[in-house]
Structure formats: structure tokens, C-alpha cells
Design a protein around this ligand. Structure first.
Ligand code: NAD
Length: 247
């Protein structure tokens, strides 16, 4: 029996990078997976996974409450229930506070923090209705734990994700819903296209392992946290960072 046989998972931001690697990981372990992403390429990407109808794409902007509700409804309509929420969609478009216009600050907070609030809120509502617990994994960052100059809105949002995770974990543990987060180091995904090549090289050197992480290395940790193997892990922000925060 695979770890996610008879389990249904949602992955937000599942059309690229860490999210897409996690969609593949969940599918490979028997899950049925709904991908919520606002990418125009989402449907094509999910079709390309050739999953024998085990995956569903629902075009979703995670900042839109109605669209998140629709994502949950469509998932339950197709697969019958919801066991796992991986609230992962995020952007990096940041800067020094003196250059960071209010609009850009708000967009980052909306996607990287409010998007997690919405995904968690409606996933919890569905899981509590089902009455059989569930698992939520939120995507934080090493910047949930340590700052970096000019990572202003991103750091504020990711710090918020850590405490939101702990609050929800403490509130819903008794009802069998485990809420955890991940704190990846820098991972080689399209998100890093936002930084210039010089900075990418500098970021690489900040990891004692001497390289950036791979999305698949994060996906394995997410699958662990979402599985029953992590049955006593509640409210954790798991660091997966090639040693970044150790030094
Ligand atoms: P990515 O750009 O490869 O993928 C992000 C996905 O999120 C894309 O498919 C995009 O379309 C989607 N998305 C963005 N805004 C959305 C919205 N409003 N609604 C729905 N979908 C939306 O990036 P990634 O590196 O895989 O990042 C995934 C998560 O991991 C983010 O939360 C990011 O902050 C976090 N993270 C990334 C790194 C890294 O170095 N790449 C490190 C730590 C944490």
C-alpha cells in the first residue's frame, strides 16, 4: 500500500517548481491531486502528467476567496473528499523598503500570506466537516526564520506563515488536523528568475552544501509531513536548506 492511496490532495502553485514536483510526488505515492494555480499553462501541464484521471486542474488565484472555495468544491466534487492541503503558491518581487511601493508590498502579502490563510481556512472547513482529520503543509522559507537585507515583503509574509501555521496547529490538533510548514533554502525554480545571475551565485555560496536545492528535494519533505509517517509532527516549520540557517 502506498502512503497516499485513497488520499486526496490539493497543491496551490502546482503548475511550476516546488508545487509541480510535489504534485508528481503525491501522484507517485497513490494520491489523487487537484492543482490550483493561476497559470494559463496549468491545464496543459496537468494534461501532460498523463495521470489516468487522477489529477485535476482548477484555475485559481489564491488571493481570491471565491476561487479558493471553487477549488475545494471542484476537488470534492471530483474526488469525494479532501485529506491534504499543500498551500504553496508564492512570488518573489521584492526590494529595499525605500523602493518598495505599497502596491508591490501588498501583492506579496496577498499571495504569500493571505493566499495561505484562504487555502488553510477553506481546507480546514472541509476537513472538519468530514470529521476524519487531515494534513496541511504551508510553504514558508528560510526567511520565515532569518532575514536578508531587502527581502522586505517576502520576509514579512513568510514570517507570518510560520506563526499562522503554529496557531492553526495548536487550534486544530485535537480535531486531528495536523498543520505544519516548510522552510526551504534557495531552490532552483523559475521563481529565482527574479534575481540577477550574480545574486544567484552569491545565494548558492550561502548554502554549506555548495549548491541550490532541487524542487524534488522539497517535494519529498512535503510528502513526509503530509503523510501518517509524520503523525506526531504538529506546528513545525521544517528546515530544508542545505545548511543555510546552520551558519
Ligand atoms: P515557481 O515560480 O516555480 O512556482 C510558483 C507557482 O505559483 C507558479 O506556478 C505560479 O503560477 C503560482 N502562483 C503565483 N501566484 C499565484 C496566485 N496568486 N494564485 C495561484 N497561483 C499562483 O516558484 P517556486 O520556487 O516553486 O515557489 C513555490 C513556493 O516556494 C513559494 O511560496 C515560494 O515563496 C517558496 N519558496 C521558494 C524558494 C526558492 O528558492 N525557489 C525558497 C523558499 C520558498
Amino acid at each position: 500500500m502506498a502512503r497516499f492511496d485513497n488520499k486526496v490532495a490539493i497543491v496551490t502553485g502546482g503548475a511550476s517548481g516546488i508545487g509541480l514536483a510535489t504534485v508528481k510526488q503525491f501522484l507517485s505515492e497513490g494520491a489523487k491531486v487537484a492543482v490550483g494555480d493561476f497559470s494559463d499553462k496549468g491545464q496543459e501541464i496537468v494534461d501532460g502528467l498523463n495521470t489516468n484521471d487522477n489529477a485535476l486542474f482548477v484555475k485559481t488565484d489564491v488571493t481570491n476567496e471565491d476561487q479558493i472555495k471553487n477549488l475545494i468544491n471542484k476537488t470534492v466534487e471530483k474526488f469525494g473528499k479532501l485529506d491534504v492541503m499543500f498551500a504553496n503558491a508564492g512570488i518573489l518581487n521584492d526590494g529595499d523598503i525605500t523602493d518598495l511601493e505599497l502596491k508591490r508590498w501588498q501583492r506579496t502579502i496577498d499571495i504569500n500570506l493571505t493566499g495561505i490563510y484562504l487555502a488553510d481556512k477553506y481546507a480546514l472547513e472541509q476537513m472538519l466537516k468530514q470529521g476524519k482529520g487531515g494534513a496541511i503543509v504551508n510553504t514558508g522559507s528560510i526567511h520565515s526564520l532569518v532575514a536578508m537585507p531587502s527581502i522586505t515583503a517576502y520576509g514579512a509574509a513568510k514570517g507570518g506563515v510560520k506563526i499562522l501555521t503554529q496557531t492553526l496547529a495548536a487550534t486544530y490538533a485535537k480535531q486531528g488536523v495536523r498543520v505544519n510548514a516548510i522552510a526551504p533554502g534557495y531552490i532552483d525554480t523559475p521563481l529565482l528568475n527574479a534575481v540577477n545571475p550574480g545574486l544567484k551565485e552569491r545565494l548558492t555560496k550561502l548554502h554549506p552544501l555548495g549548491r541550490l536545492g532541487k524542487p524534488e528535494e522539497i517535494a519529498k519533505a512535503v510528502a513526509f509531513l503530509a503523510s501518517d509517517d509524520a503523525s506526531f509532527i504538529v506546528g513545525d516549520t521544517m528546515v530544508i536548506d542545505g545548511g543555510y540557517t546552520s551558519v
